[in-house]
Write a protein that binds this ligand. Structure first.
Ligand SMILES: *Cc1c(COP(=O)(O)O)cnc(C)c1O
Length: 365
């Protein structure tokens, strides 16, 4: 028996946090459920995996791991800057964009600070801030799944330290329109750091795209746009995300609060190759956009309500406890993510996989 921990050892802000609701790792599935996994659709991973060029680059880089990687991530930041049309000193990379969410909260949040986000929300946008004693206000999506512009403007009047939300939204799926985005940014106080999490940007249909970076630059307010190699680039296991900040000083601050060698040498090489493989990205996005329509249509015809999706997943109302449904589907070899956040406990998020995986999900349902 280990000795019991002193009752006040863990900070209360940490003790109160929920455990991260991560998907089940594939190698644990069979041991737990006794069936082969037919469709792992719980973590928004790409069924196409990474570019073969990225895999090759990671294999080649493995021979060099006796040395520490470049802590400044110079080569990768240059490539990202070029692809985003900005300067490298405004780019930061991290051990997944989750690492950067942590870095920005560590840099700016003081106890009692206010943070504004939307609901349903990506867990870390809320818990990452609560960890440092912030109070988080969550503004609900409108009933038609449009972004709650009026609610956000109202919440922003309290001049929160950070405004953070994802678009396209995880878990809901819709993307904010350019007009709505401009309205929200216009009403954000210059003392508020804007964090616009675009983890699913690559999946947005062309008519709904806009240049958030340009709008934020024109607004001249402190901001960071977050992107990741985990979703459309299929590199979830490599752990690389990046941010474009409004000011190199923000990058300098977040470099201090992130893990110094957070992006390992293999991951950096893999991401650098992945950026250049446009054909692989197009194939991945093409498959996801075709199949998300097919899955949403099939769900709707079965009588389920779905939120509109600009992502590689569909958020739907299961009509009863989503946790129970997700558990039943697991016994049939299908993994989806039951949403645990009030008032969405009847909703589940299903990642768009290959046509065969999506059929396995629909049949099991
Ligand atoms: C998946 C996801 C991320 C982060 O992913 P990393 O793997 O840490 O880069 C960040 N934000 C949202 C909204 C996501 O869905």
């Amino acid at each position: 028996m280990p000795a019991s921990l002193p009752s006040d050892l863990i900070r209360k802000e940490v003790a109160q946090l929920p455990t991260y609701n991560a998907g089940l790792a594939l190698d644990q599935f069979k041991a737990r459920y006794g069936v082969d996994c037919l469709a792992k659709l719980d973590s928004n991973e790409s069924p196409m995996g990474p570019s073969p060029l990225a895999i090759k680059a990671m294999q080649d880089a493995a021979t060099g791991v006796g040395r520490y990687p470049d802590a400044a991530n110079t080569a990768l930041r240059d490539l990202i800057a070029r692809s985003m049309g900005t300067q490298a000193d405004r780019v930061i990379v991290g051990n997944g964009s989750e690492d950067l969410i942590g870095a920005l909260f560590r840099a700016v949040i003081r106890p009692e600070d206010k943070v504004v986000t939307i609901c349903p929300s990506f867990g870390l946008h809320e818990f990452g801030a609560q960890m440092f004693g912030a109070t988080v206000t969550k503004v609900n999506f409108n009933a038609d799944w449009s972004f709650p512009v009026d609610g956000l403007r109202e919440a922003l009047r309290s001049k929160p330290r950070v405004l953070i939300f994802s678009s396209p939204s995880n878990p809901a799926g819709p993307a904010i329109s350019e007009t709505e985005f401009r309205q929200v940014i216009a009403d954000t106080d210059p003392a508020t750091l804007i964090c616009f999490d675009e983890a699913y940007a690559e999946f947005i249909e062309s008519s709904k795209r806009f240049n958030a970076l340009q709008i934020l630059d024109d607004a001249g307010k402190p901001s960071i746009i977050l992107r990741t190699f985990s979703k459309a680039y299929g590199l979830a296991g490599a752990r690389v995300g990046y941010g474009i900040a409004s000011d190199p000083q923000l990058v300098a601050a977040f470099m201090k609060t992130r893990n110094p060698f957070g992006v390992n040498a293999m991951a950096a090489c893999g991401a650098s190759e992945a950026i250049g493989d446009r054909a692989h990205l197009d194939k991945t996005v093409g498959l996801a956009t075709r199949e998300r329509e097919r899955v949403a249509t099939a769900l709707t015809s079965k009588g389920y309500k779905c939120a509109p999706s600009q992502t590689n997943f569909v958020f739907f109302d299961t009509g009863a406890s989503a946790k129970i449904l997700a558990e039943k589907l697991r016994t049939k070899g299908v993994l989806i993510k039951a949403w645990l956040e009030e008032p969405f406990e009847n909703w589940a998020r299903v990642t768009v996989g290959t046509p065969a995986e999506n059929d396995a999900f629909l049949n099991a349902l």
